[in-house]
Design a protein around this ligand. Structure first.
Ligand SMILES: Cc1cc2nc3c(=O)[nH]c(=O)nc-3n(C[C@H](O)[C@H](O)[C@H](O)COP(=O)(O)OP(=O)(O)OC[C@H]3O[C@@H](n4cnc5c(N)ncnc54)[C@H](O)[C@@H]3O)c2cc1C
Length: 389
């Protein structure tokens, strides 16, 4: 069987490639194996690149031009994601604004809040997403950050954790408990909180990879205008589900093509290190190649169903499978480097410690957006139809 795109879609891909060749900054071409490592959490080149994508209708191609798109079809959006992932080019180094907050504001916000979406997608306003708390991660509905309505304002007290980009964000899309007296899914609301409001304390967390993209965010008697409520009071769980769906849509493409790039990089690394003839290395590379090819086929199968209006249960499995494969590939990269595989400083190793740093980031990929164990539960119950344990 030979899969091919139609000529209009191939023309779309060529237009995208020409745009990338003309505009993509060299820093974005280092590959998307890992982000971070820059002194700045959101470097200037990344801000400019995101704005350039938006201004040319290449930020979210399926959206209309005023939202950074060009009304592209679902197939063209797939081609777009595939092409960026194949070349290892990130759209942005902070996904919250364009991937979660912008789409959520458009879906659930009032007119004033919808008007904030273009700046979120263009990256002019940096947003963080305040979901996780010390006792609310996989069990998100357990969140305890409390918001009490007092006249025209909410008074917010509590703590978030693992809040990506909070140290550089202006606003937080924050999930709070507004009603503690109902079943826990039913008492959650979403507030827009300006991070420079008195009582907000953002404390950076340092990661194993050396970067500091995460923070803890503490709220002490923070006064938030009632008009900053997104959607209806106590109906935030719906927004939560929408936010996670926005985050996950298209992730399989990045996952699969990221793994494909890694396999290509591993073959080159094995050749450079004189290991390409080693039977054990060849077996591991061939097995990795086969797994990427199978996942790609599964992703396309799911997409074909999705484009025809049915659900794509295959995609529930893709995050799990690509996150786990990715970790194994970067571990293989460290093995191929021999003793150098233990050196994590980008400045002292070849390819800026691509394999070592990527391995650490791979550990995070097994947690963020739903841990591998939770994904397994989801696949078991919703895809395979097994009973809940
Ligand atoms: C790269 C990255 C970016 C992130 N960005 C953000 C962000 O911007 N905003 C935000 O709010 N959060 C963010 N997070 C946090 C993330 O959402 C949570 O880490 C994740 O939901 C898991 O929650 P937890 O860390 O509390 O682990 P827990 O839920 O406490 O889980 C601990 C362990 O127990 C397992 N476990 C839990 N429940 C079950 C179960 N029912 N069955 C089987 N095993 C189970 C888990 O799989 C895990 O291994 C980010 C995390 C990462 C890694």
């Amino acid at each position: 069987m030979r899969l091919a795109w139609d000529p209009t879609d191939e023309a779309f891909r060529e237009e995208l490639r020409a745009f990338i060749n003309a505009h993509c900054p060299p820093q974005a071409r280092v590959g998307k194996d890992f982000l971070g490592g820059d002194d700045e959490i959101i470097p200037d080149w990344a801000r400019e690149w995101q704005a350039t994508l938006f201004d040319h209708g290449w930020m979210i191609p399926g959206y209309p031009p005023e939202l950074g798109g060009r009304n592209a079809t679902p197939v063209q959006t797939l081609i777009y994601l595939e092409e960026l992932a194949r070349q290892g080019i990130p759209r942005s180094v902070h996904f919250g604004g364009y991937a979660i907050v912008g789409p959520s504001l458009l879906e659930f916000g009032n007119d004033e809040q919808k008007a904030m979406a273009p700046a979120a997608i263009r990256g002019d306003t940096v947003w963080c997403v305040g979901m996780s708390e010390p006792d609310a991660g996989s069990d998100l509905a357990n969140l305890q950050t409390r918001a009490v309505l007092d006249g025209d304002s909410f008074i917010v007290n509590g703590q978030k954790v693992w809040t990506s980009y909070a140290t550089v964000a202006q606003k937080c899309f924050c999930y709070v408990r507004t009603n503690p007296n109902v079943p826990k899914h039913k008492g959650i609301s979403v507030l827009i909180i300006d991070l420079d409001t008195p009582g907000v304390d953002v404390r950076p967390l340092r990661q194993i990879s050396g970067g500091s993209e995460f923070a803890e965010v503490f709220f002490t008697d923070v006064v938030v205008p009632a008009s900053n409520l997104v959607g209806e009071l106590d109906n935030g769980w719906r927004i939560t589900m929408g936010s996670l769906a926005h985050e996950r849509g298209g992730l399989w493409v990045e996952g699969v093509f990221g793994c494909q790039r890694a396999v290509e990089g591993l073959v080159a690394l094995a050749e450079r290190r004189g290991l390409a003839g080693d039977p054990a290395v060849r077996r591991r590379l061939a097995a990795a190649y086969e797994r990427v090819a199978s996942l790609k086929a599964l992703g396309y199968k799911g997409f074909a169903g999705f484009a025809q209006g049915s659900s794509a249960p295959e995609h529930s499995y893709m995050k799990l499978a690509t996150a786990e494969l990715r970790r194994e590939l970067f571990e293989l990269g460290m093995d191929l480097l021999g003793p150098y595989g233990a050196v994590v400083e980008p400045a002292f190793t070849e390819e800026r410690a691509r394999w070592q740093q990527g391995f650490f980031v791979g550990l995070a990929a097994n947690i963020g957006g739903g841990t591998s164990e939770i994904q397994r539960n989801t696949v078991a119950t919703r895809v395979l139809g097994l009973p809940k344990s």
